[in-house]
Design a binder for this molecule. Structure first.
Ligand SMILES: [Zn+2]
Length: 249
């Protein structure tokens, strides 16, 4: 029963994340006002706001004008539900579970926003950083030095690239994202996440080049890879670090 409730909670949070992504891009308030169809501007009634189900019942179209709704809505809802469930399987009902759900929510929002708009914005990374520092110091899951040094090292990694390339390789958003990853995951796991992000970026980049869907000048939403890698490391970072250190002992 509890896993089912956690999944439903995840669906609802995913639904909220969708609204936040859309409204922040439009420059509006996240909490005030009713959601409207993006084409005909008809306010969406409560019965059409049920996560995933409404999308299926409406066959992915607006009830009034029949314009096609974005697949982003059900996908983000399902992914959020699934990840919350995974976190619950590992953490049980604990403060670590709450921490992981907040981390996951921020990472999902950063993933989608960067994919859609090619931007990692401070409105997500700064509050997430403050939350990560406070909750990690408080819960003591990651050693304090590792959190603080991790944030500094990963931010410096992007900051140096920013200086060398005069802001052409990476942007200020990447520097803040680096800091966030360090504060969330600590130094060791943060570095693992960085490595996985570059690996994923290379695989997807080569795939797009080979399939002719992109050329060398096509910009890559790197925040999307950084967020994906952070989610992976949030779940399996510990065994990876243990395995890696085990190679040298
Ligand atoms: Zn409409």
């Amino acid at each position: 029963m509890i896993p089912f409730v956690i999944f439903l909670l995840g669906l609802c949070v995913g639904s909220f994340l969708n609204v936040a992504i859309f409204r922040i891009h439009e420059g509006g308030s996240v909490v005030r006002g009713r959601s409207k169809c993006q084409t005909c501007e008809e306010p969406i009634s409560a019965r059409d706001l049920v996560p995933v189900l409404s999308f299926l019942i409406l066959k992915g179209r607006c009830r009034k004008c029949q314009s096609v709704l974005s697949w982003q809505y059900p996908i983000v809802e399902l992914v959020t539900g699934g990840l919350f469930l995974l976190a619950f399987q590992r953490d049980g009902l604990s403060l670590t579970f709450v921490r992981d759900c907040v981390f996951l929510s921020y990472l999902i929002i950063i993933f989608v926003y960067d994919l859609r708009h090619m931007l990692i914005i401070d409105r997500f990374t700064i509050p997430a950083m403050i939350f990560a520092i406070i909750v990690n110091l408080w819960l003591g899951i990651v050693p304090a030095w590792s959190i603080l040094v991790g944030g500094l090292v990963l931010a410096a990694f992007f900051w140096i690239q920013f200086l060398v390339s005069r802001g052409t390789w990476v942007g200020g958003g990447d520097i803040r994202m680096g800091a966030l990853m360090g504060f969330m995951l600590g130094l060791e796991q943060g570095l693992v996440a960085l490595f996985i992000a570059y690996l994923l970026g290379a695989i997807v980049g080569v795939g797009l080049l080979v399939s002719g869907k992109a050329n060398r000048k096509t910009p890559i939403p790197f925040g999307t890879f950084l967020a994906t890698a952070s989610v992976v490391v949030l779940f399996v970072g510990e065994p990876i670090v243990r395995w890696y250190l085990g190679l040298f002992v």
